[in-house]
Design a protein around this ligand. Structure first.
Ligand code: BDR
Ligand code: CA
Length: 309
C-alpha cells in the first residue's frame, strides 16, 4: 500500500486522476488532497476539490495551497481549457466539506513527519506547493518516496511550443523540485498526449452510473480544447501520474537528466540531456509511451467501480 498526497488544480483531468486513485484503495491511500493555483484561481480549484470528494462520498482532508507562483503572476489555463469554474461541464452540488485551517505546505509537512512510512507525492498542477514544502521543511525530503508528477515534455510543449502548462506557470518552482534529489517520475506530454480517450469511447460509458456520467460530462466540455488545438481525443494528462503508480508496466520510460529553463526565451522548457553520454546523473524517470488500450480500460473499470458505491 502506497501512501500518497495529491497536489492538484482540478481541472478536468485532475478530477479523473482523483477518481482513478480513489477506485484503488488497496493500493493507494490518499492522506490528503492539497490545492495549488493553476487551471484557475486557488479559491475556485479548492472549491472543485471539495465538491469532487463530497460527490464521491469521501472524507479526505483538503488543504489550500498558494495562490500565486513563486515569482511570477498567475496565468490560468489558456483558451478557457477548463472554463470559468476551472471544471466547467458537470454541475456538482456545493460541498458540505470545509477546507482545513492549516495551509497545504504545513499540512503536507505534518503528514510526512508523522508517518512511519515514506509518502509519495502525486503533483498534477504547477509545482509551487511542492517547491515551498522542500524549501521550508527540508527535513521532509528524505521521507518522500517519489514525486509522480504531470509536467513538461522532452519533445513537446502545449502552453508554448517549448513548454507544458504546469511547468510554464511556475518554472522557478519546477527547478527547485527537479534539483531536489527526490526521485521524480515525469508524466510529460511525450506520454500524456498519447493517453487519450476518444469521444466514441466515452460515449459508451455515459449512462453507466453517476461517476461515469460525471466523467462523460467533464469530457464533453474538455474535448472542446483538444478539438480547437487539433489534438487526438481527450488527453488524460494527470491520470498518467496515478496510473503509473498502479500499473507501471503500461509505460515505457527512459532516465534523463532534466533541467528547467527559467529564462523567458523558452520559459518552462524541460530540457533533457539526450546525449549518449550525458554529463550529469539522471534526475527523472521520463515516461515516453503507454499502452493506451489498457490505460483506457484501467480508467473505465475505475469509474465502473465508483459507480457501484
Ligand atoms: C496540465 O495542465 C492542466 O491544464 C492539466 O490539468 C494538466 O495538469 C496539462 O498540460
Ligand atoms: Ca492539473
Amino acid at each position: 500500500m502506497r501512501r500518497i498526497i495529491i497536489d492538484c488544480d482540478p481541472g478536468h483531468d485532475d478530477a479523473i486522476a482523483i477518481c482513478l486513485a480513489l477506485a484503488h484503495k488497496k493500493q493507494l491511500k490518499i492522506e490528503a488532497v492539497t490545492t495549488v493555483a493553476g487551471n484557475q484561481t486557488v479559491e475556485k480549484i479548492t472549491n472543485n476539490a471539495l465538491k469532487i470528494l463530497d460527490f464521491l462520498g469521501e472524507d479526505i482532508d483538503v488543504a489550500r495551497g498558494v495562490s500565486e507562483p513563486l515569482v511570477r503572476e498567475l496565468e490560468i489555463a489558456m483558451d478557457n481549457a477548463h472554463g470559468d469554474s476551472g471544471m466547467d461541464g458537470p454541475i456538482l452540488p456545493n460541498s458540505m466539506k470545509k477546507v482545513l485551517k492549516t495551509n497545504a505546505i504545513e499540512h503536507m509537512a505534518k503528514i510526512i513527519r508523522n508517518s512511519n512510512e515514506k509518502i509519495t507525492l502525486v503533483a498534477i498542477g504547477p509545482l509551487t506547493n511542492i517547491a515551498l514544502l522542500i524549501k521550508t521543511f527540508p527535513d521532509v525530503k528524505d521521507k518522500i518516496e517519489e514525486i509522480s508528477l504531470m509536467g513538461g515534455g522532452i519533445f513537446n510543449g502545449n502552453a508554448t511550443s517549448a513548454a507544458e502548462f504546469n511547468i510554464y506557470v511556475d518554472p522557478e518552482a519546477a527547478k527547485i523540485v527537479y534539483e531536489s534529489g527526490i526521485p521524480i517520475i515525469m508524466s510529460g506530454l511525450d506520454v500524456t498526449n498519447k493517453a487519450y480517450i476518444l469521444k466514441e469511447e466515452y460515449q459508451q460509458i455515459r449512462n453507466n452510473g453517476k461517476v461515469s456520467n460525471f466523467v462523460a460530462e467533464l469530457l464533453d466540455f474538455y474535448s472542446k480544447y483538444g478539438e480547437l488545438h487539433g489534438y487526438t481525443g481527450n488527453a488524460m494528462h494527470d491520470a498518467c501520474a496515478v496510473a503509473y503508480l498502479l500499473q507501471p508496466e503500461l509505460f515505457a520510460y527512459k532516465d534523463y537528466h532534466v533541467d528547467i529553463i527559467t529564462g523567458d526565451g523558452a520559459r518552462g522548457k524541460t530540457l533533457a540531456d539526450t546525449r549518449p553520454r550525458p554529463l550529469k546523473e539522471p534526475n527523472a524517470k521520463v515516461l515516453l509511451d503507454i499502452n493506451r488500450e489498457k490505460f483506457v480500460k484501467l480508467l473505465f473499470e475505475a469509474f465502473e467501480k465508483l459507480d457501484e458505491i
